[in-house]
Design a protein around this ligand. Structure first.
Ligand SMILES: Cc1ncc(COP(=O)(O)O)c(C=O)c1O
Length: 396
C-alpha cells in the first residue's frame, strides 16, 4: 500500500488517537530505518526510547528466533525459566529483591500504585492511600496512571478521576515536606522527566525526596520507563544520583521492541504482594523474558555503559555548539542519550525539515526537540545527524 492509500485507510478504520506524520516505517538496521517508499532515515527517536540496541540487533534476532521455535507463552499458572532468569538478572544489577512483569510502562506504574496502596495499608493503616507525583510528569494512559500524570490536558474528558492523587512541584525541595503528608502512600518520580520536556531532577530534590519518604514511611517510586535501561549512561538513572528508590518501574527499552514492563521492589516493599493480589496474562512470558534478559546482559557487558556516557557527552556538547551557532537561546538539557533542546514554537517545523533531510527526531512539551538515538549509535552516525541539524537550524 502506498503512503496515501495507507493514510486514507488508516483514517477510516483506526481510532483517531494519534496525529501521525505521513510516514510508514517498515525496516530497520542498527541506527537506520527505511520507509515504505524506500527512503532511509537516521533514527534518533528509536520508537520513543524503545529500540536502544538498534534495529535488528543480531543477538536479539537470534534470541527471538530461538525462543519462538521453543515456546512463546505458557501463562503464570506455571514457572517459566526465562522469566526467573530475567528476574535474577535484574535483581543482581539493581537495588531490587523481587520483580513483577507486565506488558507496558503504564501497566508497570499501575502495578506500582497498587503495590504502594497495599503496602501502606498493611504497615500503617487504612488512611494512608495518597499517591503524589510531579507536575509536568508522565506516567501512562490508564485511568490511574493518567491521574498520576501531572498534566491536566491528559485528564480532560475522563473525570471522575480516581481519588487520592496529588502533585508536587519539580525541584521544589522546600515544599515537599508539606505535600508528602502522613496520608501519602507513595511518591512517584521520573529522575529525568521525558514527555514533559526532558528535565533532569536536581540532586538536592532527589535527596530530599529520599529523606522525607524514609522518615514518613512513604514508598519512593522511580518511574524509569523511559530513562532506565542504559539511556542515562547508567543502567538506571538513579545510580547517577546515588539515590535508591523502594520501587522502580521499567518498560520501553527492556524488550528492545518486544513489549514488556516490570515493577522492581526492594526490602519490605518487595514482600507486599501475595498470590492472587496482582496478575497479568502475558506478563513475563517466555519470549519477552528471554529477549529482556539478553538486552540486560548486553547493556551490562564491560564497556557498554561507559561508551554510552562518552558518546552522549560528546553529542550533547556538539549539539550545544550547533544551538549557539544558530542563535538558539535555550540550553541542551538531559542525561546520557536522553537529550532535549528547547527551540520554541519552531519545534514541529524543525522535526519536519529533519525528516525531509533523513533524520528522525521528535518534539516534546510543544517546544523541545528530543534526541533519543540508539545507545549503539556510531560517531559517524552522530556526525551525520549533526550535519543535518546544522543545515536545518541554519534555514529555520
Ligand atoms: C516515564 C514514562 N512512564 C510511563 C510511560 C507509559 O508507558 P507505556 O506507553 O508503555 O504505557 C511512558 C511513556 O512514554 C513514560 O515515558
Amino acid at each position: 500500500m502506498d503512503i496515501t492509500k495507507l493514510t486514507e485507510t488508516g483514517e477510516q478504520c483506526l481510532m483517531r488517537t494519534y496525529a501521525r506524520l505521513p510516514l510508514a516505517l517498515c525496516r530497520g538496521e542498527g541506527s537506520w530505518v527505511w520507509d515504505t517508499e524506500g527512503k532511509r532515515y537516521l533514527d534518533f527517536v528509536t520508537g520513543l526510547a524503545v529500540t536502544s540496541l538498534g534495529h535488528s540487533h543480531p543477538e536479539i534476532v537470534r534470541v527471538i528466533r530461538e525462543q519462538a521455535g521453543l515456546m512463546l507463552h505458557s501463562s503464570n499458572l506455571y514457572w517459566n525459566e526465562p522469566q526467573v532468569r530475567l528476574a535474577r538478572t535484574l535483581t543482581e544489577h539493581s537495588f531490587a529483591d523481587r520483580a513483577f512483569f507486565c506488558n507496558s510502562g503504564a501497566e508497570a506504574n499501575e502495578g506500582a500504585i497498587k503495590l504502594a496502596r497495599k503496602y501502606a495499608k498493611k504497615h500503617y493503616g487504612e488512611h494512608k492511600t495518597k499517591i503524589i507525583s510531579l507536575r509536568g510528569s508522565f506516567h501512562g494512559r490508564t485511568l490511574a496512571t493518567v491521574t498520576a500524570t501531572g498534566q491536566e490536558r491528559y485528564h480532560k474528558g475522563y473525570e471522575p478521576l480516581p481519588a487520592d492523587f496529588g502533585y508536587a512541584e519539580r525541584d521544589d525541595a522546600a515544599a515537599l515536606e508539606e505535600v508528602l503528608d502522613e496520608r501519602t502512600a507513595a511518591f512517584f518520580l521520573e529522575p529525568v522527566l521525558g514527555e514533559g520536556g526532558v528535565f533532569p531532577l536536581s540532586k538536592e530534590f532527589m535527596l530530599a525526596a529520599r529523606n522525607i519518604c524514609a522518615k514518613k514511611g512513604i514508598l519512593l517510586v522511580f518511574d524509569e520507563v523511559q530513562v532506565g535501561m542504559g539511556r542515562s549512561g547508567y543502567l538506571f538513572a538513579h545510580e547517577a544520583y546515588g539515590v535508591t528508590p523502594d520501587v522502580m518501574t521499567l518498560a520501553k527499552a527492556l524488550g528492545n521492541g518486544i513489549p514488556i514492563g516490570a515493577v522492581l521492589a526492594g526490602g519490605q516493599a518487595a514482600e507486599t504482594f501475595a498470590p492472587g493480589d496482582h496478575a497479568s496474562t502475558f506478563g513475563g512470558n517466555l519470549l519477552a523474558a528471554a529477549v529482556a534478559t539478553r538486552v540486560t546482559e548486553i547493556m551490562t557487558e564491560e564497556g557498554f555503559l561507559p561508551d554510552v556516557r562518552e558518546k552522549s557527552a560528546w553529542f550533547a556538547a556538539e549539539l550545544g555548539k550547533l544551538a549557539r551557532k544558530a542563535a538558539i537561546p535555550g540550553q541542551v538539557r538531559g542525561m546520557g542519550f536522553m537529550l532535549g533542546l528547547p527551540v520554541g514554537e519552531a519545534g514541529p517545523r524543525i522535526v519536519e525539515s529533519c525528516r525531509r533531510e533523513g533524520l528522525l527526531v521528535n518534539c516534546v512539551g510543544g517546544d523541545t526537540l528530543r534526541f533519543l538515538p540508539p545507545l549503539t549509535v556510531s560517531r559517524a552516525e552522530m556526525e551525520e545527524a549533526l550535519d543535518i541539524l546544522d543545515k536545518v537550524l541554519g534555514n529555520t
